[in-house]
Design a protein around this ligand. Structure first.
Ligand code: ADP
Length: 244
């Protein structure tokens, strides 16, 4: 919810959004499992104009050793935006925003990953945002989940993610950058579809209690669509044409 642009038409009289989508229509999503030969697992996602690559390493020894836990493994996540990923060059140093997003993605993945199976070790998840267009944390979380599965890390469930939001007093699915900047609310949601549990829920903006419920409902339905594409990506790699 950055600077609001009063002149931008976010929803026209026919209920069509600024990029031509209907209110409940996600952007085009393409997920590919695998691709990085030096990683234990990897995934690439295009979520509208977001382009994100994820590499997973581990379970492996923890350095420094005192950070390891004798009872359980640990998950470490680094979310990083390339300087060229946005219109104006981004400073390559980690920003507060990147540190926060790394933390929320880690916490959203932890309930799904069976870290107790790997005491004393770490699983590292490296997220590289090559191109950003609103909703990178959801796209990154979705791809990270596929990369963890690709690495063979035992998981209770996948985590699928998408944002719901509000523009022109209307609840929408999958908030793009313009809608994030000029709209009324952005609610990223991460969801485990089989366990029916939400692992990420943030809200930037203001919603009525009814709108809040509708956003959660629309977001969870969106996550189920994303989950189908995660499964398809893994099926294509392991049972499909063998690519990756
Ligand atoms: P998310 O990408 O998860 O929606 P934000 O709401 O913080 O996270 O960011 C929204 C969008 O703003 C990003 O997807 C990106 O397109 C843009 N953005 C973020 N950081 C920068 C930056 N430093 N410079 C330009 N645009 C940025």
């Amino acid at each position: 919810m950055g600077g609001r642009d009063a002149t931008m038409v976010l929803l026209d009289e026919n209920g069509i959004r600024c990029d031509g989508r209907k209110v409940d229509e996600p952007r085009r999503i393409m997920i590919k499992a695998g691709g990085l030969k030096n990683a234990d697992g990897s995934a690439y996602i295009e979520f509208g104009d977001n382009k994100i690559l994820v590499g997973v390493f581990g379970p492996r020894d923890v350095h420094p050793k005192h950070m390891s836990n004798t009872d359980t493994g640990i998950l470490r996540v680094r979310y990083h935006m390339e300087p060229f990923s946005v219109g104006e060059r981004k400073n390559p140093a980690p920003s507060r925003r990147e540190i926060e997003i790394s933390k929320v993605i880690k916490e959203a993945l932890e309930p799904a990953v069976m870290l107790d199976k790997f005491p004393r070790t770490a699983v590292d998840v490296f997220i590289e945002v090559l191109q950003a267009d609103g909703g990178t944390r959801c796209a990154a979380l979705t791809a990270a989940s596929v990369a963890l599965a690709d690495a063979g890390i035992p998981m209770r469930d996948m985590v699928a993610a998408i944002a719901a939001g509000k523009v022109a007093d209307t609840v929408i699915l999958d908030v793009n950058n313009e809608e994030d900047q000029a709209g009324q609310a952005d609610m990223p949601i991460g969801y485990m579809p089989n366990l029916e549990k939400i692992t990420l829920l943030q809200l930037d903006g203001v919603l009525t209690p009814e709108e809040y419920k509708k956003c959660v409902q629309v977001g969870v339905e969106g996550c189920k669509l994303v989950y189908d594409l995660q499964k398809k990506a893994l099926q294509d790699k392991y049972f499909g044409n063998g690519a990756g």
